[in-house]
Unconditional design. Structure first.
Length: 267
């Protein structure tokens, strides 16, 4: 038994595994600390957006360090030759890294813009669309980065074609599945514009506020607590709606009650 334990402790592969696992554990711990630090309520939204990326970077660096330590334990000669190999390869790595960083920034900005555009257009956020756009941009950036590292371009072209096809199919499904709801909202919006204008006050169940704007599929309302809400037109008319016109703020108000078959009508 003592000899078996001594053999295990003298086995370089055991310590190599310990180095890799230790690097991963330390990296996961440090990544959690970095993520919590950047996601603190005291930090701005910019820090929150890059929290996951920074945590992933910390984890990756720790895993790389653990792997290098394992390589030094198992094959020191290979590690000693590594700097000479990196001298010629580092410029390509730097270009690839720059592409990935720029791709991550572009993905964050464009996905945020897409999410806000979907919110204005449909009255509700579409995180799945924004996530699809973000993933597509990141994958494209990764493909370009791999091309800088000398990966076969024919494989990259196949991957690019697959991504373009997937994006086109996703947007086609989005338009097909969401077209009916969008048309219904726009149709209801034409009626809402006839009874509600900018500056009017609305009361509808829990809603009580001033109309800031009437959009194609939503109405923008400033609530009594100062918050601003986008409400879909069909949601607005689900309950009896009382409207006080801006030109006559002292009036009692006109109530509009939705009917099952014929739409809302004056009461």
């Amino acid at each position: 038994m003592p000899s078996l334990a001594a053999d295990l402790l003298s086995n370089p592969w055991l310590w190599a595994i310990v180095a890799v696992v230790g690097g991963a554990v330390i990296g996961a711990t440090l990544a959690k600390v970095v993520r919590n630090f950047l996601m603190s309520p005291r930090r701005t939204r910019t820090f929150h957006q890059f929290a996951n990326a920074a945590a992933s970077l910390v984890l990756s660096l720790c895993v790389v360090v653990g792997t290098l330590v394992a390589l030094a334990i198992v094959d020191r000669e290979t590690l000693e030759q590594l700097p000479d190999s990196l001298v010629g390869f580092m410029p390509k790595v730097m270009v690839a890294g720059t592409i990935l960083l720029l791709g991550n920034v572009a993905a964050t900005l464009i996905s945020t813009a897409v999410n806000e555009s979907m919110l204005r257009a449909t009255g509700q956020p579409r995180p799945e669309v924004a996530s699809a756009v973000r993933v597509a941009i990141l994958v494209l950036a990764t493909i370009f980065a791999l091309s800088q590292l000398g990966v076969d371009t024919s494989i990259l072209m196949i991957l690019t074609a697959g991504i373009v096809f997937a994006i086109a199919l996703s947007f086609a499904l989005l338009v097909g599945l969401g077209g009916h709801d969008l048309a219904n909202e726009m149709s209801t919006g034409r009626y809402v514009r006839r009874i509600v204008g900018t500056g009017d006050r609305l009361s509808n169940g829990s809603l009580n506020g001033e109309v800031l704007a009437v959009h194609p599929v939503t109405i923008e309302v400033r609530n009594v607590d100062g918050t601003v809400t986008h409400i879909r037109h069909t949601t607005l008319l689900e309950q009896p709606l009382t409207v006080v016109k801006a030109e006559d703020p002292e009036a009692v108000g006109t109530q509009f009650v939705p009917e099952l078959d014929h739409g809302p009508s004056d009461q």
